[in-house]
Design a binder for this molecule. Structure first.
Ligand code: PGA
Length: 250
């Protein structure tokens, strides 16, 4: 099944008021690519201003708390993200799994909380270099996703999965297209096992050092339904050629 590609930017801890112009430029340029879904996941504090700067353009968070409200200093709930204008959120990024010690159970609860509130979710999974070198990448990542998957895949708000090998993030290193194909195929099988027919429609993004020069080759791989882009999403000049590459293979 060919799914509409999703190209989402992950701005991580980057972005100030002065960058709203860049968001506006990306939103405006994305209008020429109706065959691709484009989104930017920005720091929580920038969401409201970004949504106002680019009305109608999907703006997302980078994490969400699993609880509705309460004594969770520094955390942001799904309802708060929605209230600020977000339509989606990333959960389970490896930088949070590592630095904030988030477990698969946490990630599952976050994904469920977000989808339950009507926020679309990009759920990240990926292996370390050590795991890949031992030959355990596929079994490890499939198990990670199995334990992180929300019970329901969402209807209006949609679940997407992002395969992001930790060793490829921000390093310029990228798996071979065979390795990406093997992983995405295994993840697709798990999604179908978990959600039956609906598992065919859950988009599986690739993330990790996606740039204009490698995007098209990656998008041509079977079961690659888009990309989660970090560094190359900060500037329209880098990001829009990636969106164009997704459009070219659509
Ligand atoms: P990168 O980051 O594109 O800078 O490698 C991707 C990500 O962490 O989502």
């Amino acid at each position: 099944m060919t799914l509409k590609k999703l190209v989402a930017g992950n701005w991580k801890m980057n972005g100030l008021s002065s960058d709203l112009t860049e968001i506006r430029v990306i939103a405006e340029a994305s209008r020429s690519y109706g065959q691709v879904d484009v989104a930017l996941c920005v720091p929580a504090i920038l969401i409201e201003r970004a949504s106002r700067a680019a009305p109608g353009f999907p703006i997302g968070g980078q994490d969400v708390h699993q609880f509705e409200k309460g004594a969770h200093t520094g955390c942001v709930s799904a309802q708060m993200l929605l209230d600020a204008g977000a339509t989606l959120t990333i959960v389970g990024h490896s930088e949070r799994r590592e630095a904030q010690h988030e477990t698969d159970e946490d990630v599952k609860a976050k994904a469920q909380a977000a989808l339950g509130c009507g926020l679309s979710v990009i759920l990240c999974v990926g292996e370390s270099m050590k795991v890949r070198e031992r030959g355990n990448a596929v079994t490890t990542v499939v198990e990670q996703l199995r334990r992180s998957l929300p019970v329901d895949h969402g209807e209006q708000a949609e679940l997407a999965v992002a395969y992001e090998p930790i060793w490829a993030i921000g390093t310029g290193k990228v798996p071979t297209t065979r390795e990406i194909a093997e992983m995405h195929d295994a993840l697709r099988k798990l999604l179908i096992e978990a959600y039956e027919y609906a598992g065919e429609r859950v988009r599986i993004l690739y993330g990790g050092s996606v740039k204009p020069s490698n995007a098209e080759e990656i998008f041509r791989v079977a079961n690659v339904d888009g990309a989660l882009v970090g560094g190359a999403s900060l500037k329209a000049a880098d990001f829009m050629p990636i969106v164009a590459a997704a459009a070219a293979v659509s």
